[in-house]
Design a protein around this ligand. Sequence first.
Ligand code: FES
Ligand SMILES: [Fe+2]
Length: 370
Amino acid sequence: MLARPAALTAADYRDPARLEAERRALFARHWQFVGFTDELSTPGSWLVREIAGEPVLVQDFDGELRALRNVCSHRFARLRAGEAGTDGGPLRCPYHGWTYDRDGVPVGIPGNRECFGLDREGKRALSLKRYELDRVGRFLFVRVMPGGPPLADWLGPQAGLLAALSDGMSAPFSQEAQPWDANWKVGVENVLEVYHVDAVHPDSFRTVVDGSWRVVPSGPHSVGYAGIRPEALRWWEGAGKRLGLMPVDALADVEGYVHLLLFPNLAIGVTAGRMMSVQTLEPTGPDSFTLRYRLCLANAREGASKAAMAAVTSHLAALNSQLLAEDRAVCAAVGAGLRHVDGAALLGVNEDRIRHFHDIIQGQMADTIP
Ligand code: FES
Ligand SMILES: [Fe+2]
């Protein structure tokens, strides 16, 4: 028999204690993609993400980005409400107006002398918790638990691909965050194989990729390669010519679809070197996660027709929405099914990339959990 049972059992997908352990062992310990630097390019712009249960605020302070805990040191109000903003101004708590500098020190405390009497040292002791922040090109990452390898080491050979994508791709033309009803691992596993494409995506993804599939592990990460169907390649060549899209150099010898999983939950798909989809799958509970996606086109020649660009991007955004709706429904079906079983799934050799994902998870969990 070619198939083997998966390393994870159904309980690993629905047990709340298991999710907490994964938050510590996988999400807190490893670099998490939070967004593109373009999203934080105006003074005072900010975004908020939950990473391993920590409320992380990434904030621009006059051109310098910092990651701080989004909780005021006074009486613990949230500092920034919502997910992102571009006109934040100074970092000021909405409750009593304490303001913080880039080091997270509360430098402005209304009525300090009369009410608190905090000197420099006293203020410094009340600094916001700070997290590590690093980037590859425009890809911005935060790590909640300090002390692991630098970002470039963690990404290994994939750092170069990320840098090339960062240079070669323009700002997102479509993005959204969606709630999905399944454990985050169900979502990741779904993007690690193309076995489901015939059954789930007969009119969407199947029109783009052919049946071929090759997987190359890359440390904890992995890369999958699929061929593109001739009609889809012709479409991309036509669109590329019309808009003057410049395919990403690093992928010049890959005439197809490349899919990168950066462990544990960042998935980047590149089609014909001309479009990039960036997805994070962020757990919100044992049987729910947020899927956050961004779609970007390769840099286009100056003066490309706005109407042609709008036609291409709206076609691609609609195709992506259809694809995600199909995957979302099937992941919810798996989430529902997992409530009724105890054993492990059966993985065929065409699902080896899932096996690799499970092996890395199990190794990391064993490393950190006594
Ligand atoms: S809780 Fe933030 S200033 Fe009081
Ligand atoms: Fe899919």
